[in-house]
Ligand binder design. Structure first.
Ligand code: CA
Ligand code: CA
Length: 145
């Protein structure tokens, strides 16, 4: 697997951030991507730690979504906050995960992330539509750790 710096090109990162911006234009939900080289513990548990460390649990409607990627582990987790899980069926997370997985399997990391963001955005917009005066509660950026 590539080094974290090479996982996505600068251009690809821009496209992903643009996808987040587009998705958030239709929902009050907040989407972020975090990429790490390697995770030495259970990836799901660690994704949760990252979710909290990024203060993603700090949204008004508890509707933050984190896509966490551990490059060396060839693993990723898509984690949605409580507000989402109260209204969305678990099937949604599975179908989103499968979409990302299919792309990742073919080394299409950028497209996998964009597909995941678009899918999450679609569902978020249904349950948490964008409203006038919406603020960008969580910066649209890709963090690395
Ligand atoms: Ca927002
Ligand atoms: Ca945002």
């Amino acid at each position: 697997m590539p080094y974290i710096e090479d996982f996505l090109t600068a251009q690809e990162e821009e496209e992903i951030i643009e996808a987040i911006r587009r998705a958030e234009g239709k929902t009050s939900g907040e989407i972020r991507v975090h990429i790490e080289q390697k995770c030495d513990m259970d990836v799901y548990e660690h994704a949760l730690e990252v979710f909290h460390a990024l203060k993603m649990d700090n949204t008004k409607e508890q509707n933050g979504v984190l896509i966490y990627v551990a490059v060396d582990n060839k693993a990723f987790v898509i984690y949605g906050d409580k507000g989402i899980n109260d209204v969305v069926d678990t099937d949604f997370w599975n179908s989103t995960r499968d979409k990302i997985q299919n792309r990742f399997k073919h080394g299409e990391f950028k497209q996998g992330l964009i597909d995941g963001i678009e899918e999450a955005g679609k569902v978020l917009s249904k349950f948490f539509p964008w409203q006038h005066g919406d603020t960008d509660e969580l910066e649209n950026s890709i963090s690395k750790g």
